[in-house]
Design a protein around this ligand. Structure first.
Ligand SMILES: [Zn+2]
Length: 403
């Protein structure tokens, strides 16, 4: 049998130092970032589990950990022309496909640990939209037990304030990360999967939606409409943001986003929800109250580009400037010549990717849908999962809406 090549290469450490030399001063100046270096006296691999608050946080976490570490990364970064080849050559991330079984990811992790290197993973999968740690998939505890390594919990604080997922600008403020705890394999090996899962969730839990800290910019509200799509007066709608303000395009209600991450009406009065977390909870409640029925008219539409994606292959454009239509039981893509329907019962997952992209997976193919800068993929994710929950028997008391 042919011997498998080693995953870890000397060049990865050299690139890591190089990246750190660039990103350390950059993140310090731009993001107000500080960190505490993790000094482990024992030469051994770790599974490093982190929260996921901001675009740059993987570089931030890597700085805390001086030794060679491989990141588990979503498929998105493997389909960018040229850049993905460079990334693979330089730091060899471990590919992971969201919302699917990832047997090869697990095998690669095992192989890396065997080579004595550590693995870094953001088990939320989704960068937080609200400042609160998002849903964590329970499979993380199975992976930890399989790897039989100590778990290092590395937590970033302030990342949501400095650059929320929905925003396109960095605010003046501070963020910090460090390893907050190491859990030895001997400590957790006899725990049940659920016990370990609960522990992991608790260690990575932060809620920075209303912590009193302030972050400054003159574009604080910009692109909050990537996360918020529900108006208490109008239901599912489009919002439009500019500077520190945003408004509902249907009823005109206007809000202001304050440096302390709270929301007020632009006349200074109390807003219906006082921050993005409360707003998203309210929109989840609204979605859960919707009956599943077949309708002729879409609830809302967006203009998008539609791509076909394959892991390790560049994405292929199917059609540009398509109308994406959201229904209670399906989504449709309407081009000039035809309408393509994704019935939710034929779809296996719907995910929000990055800032303004939507991933739709069926039994046969993966599609990516990219909207304009204001596009909100969250509503498509929420409505798909609401449909899925409604098909369950018995129906869950609280629905998981995909985030
Ligand atoms: Zn409205």
């Amino acid at each position: 049998m042919k011997k498998q090549k080693k995953w870890s290469k000397n060049r990865h450490q050299i690139f890591k130092w190089g990246l750190q030399a660039f990103f350390q001063p950059y993140t310090k100046t731009k993001y107000g970032f500080s960190f505490k270096t993790f000094r482990d006296t024992k030469r051994r691999p770790y599974l490093i589990l982190t929260n996921h608050q901001t675009t740059m946080d993987q570089f931030m976490f890597a700085m805390c950990f001086p030794k060679l570490v491989y990141m588990v990364a979503t498929e998105d970064i493997f389909s960018i022309p040229i850049a993905s080849d460079v990334i693979r050559y330089a730091v060899a991330p471990i590919p992971f496909v969201k919302a699917q079984k990832n047997v090869s990811t697990i095998l690669t992790c095992k192989r890396i640990v065997k080579e004595g290197c550590s693995i870094m993973m953001q088990p939320e999968g989704n960068r937080t939209y609200s400042g609160q740690t998002e849903y964590i998939n329970p499979s993380v505890s199975k992976l930890a037990k399989m790897l039989k390594v100590p778990l290092a919990f590395m937590v970033l604080h302030g990342g949501y304030g400095v650059r929320p997922r929905w925003s396109h600008t960095v605010r003046r403020g501070k963020c910090h990360c460090q390893v907050e705890e190491v859990l030895e394999y001997d400590q957790y090996k006899d725990w049940t999967d659920d016990q370990l899962y609960q522990y992991i969730c608790q260690r990575l839990y932060v809620d920075e939606s209303n912590d009193g800290k302030e972050y400054f910019s003159n574009r604080l509200a910009e692109y909050v409409e990537r996360a918020i799509y529900y108006c208490p007066n109008c239901g599912i709608t489009h919002f439009h943001s500019q500077g520190n303000k945003f408004h509902c395009t249907t009823c005109g209600m206007e809000m202001e986003y304050l440096p302390n991450k709270q929301i007020v009406l632009s006349n200074g009065q109390k807003a219906p929800y006082s921050n993005v977390k409360e707003w998203m909870f309210a929109q989840n409640d609204y979605v859960q109250s919707l009956p599943i029925k077949v309708t002729d008219k879409p609830i809302i539409t967006d203009k998008v580009n539609w791509y076909l994606t394959k892991l390790h292959k560049h994405k292929k454009l199917i059609a540009k400037n398509v109308e994406l239509q959201l229904y209670l039981d399906k989504v449709q893509l309407k081009t000039k010549y035809q309408t393509h329907t994704f019935n939710y019962c034929d779809v296996t997952s719907v995910i929000a990717m990055g800032k303004n992209k939507l991933g739709i997976t069926t039994k046969d193919a993966n599609y990516q849908i990219k909207g304009d800068v204001r596009f909100c993929p969250v509503k498509y994710v929420n409505l798909y999962y609401h449909f899925v929950a409604q098909q369950q028997n018995p129906k869950p008391e609280k629905e998981f809406l995909g985030l």
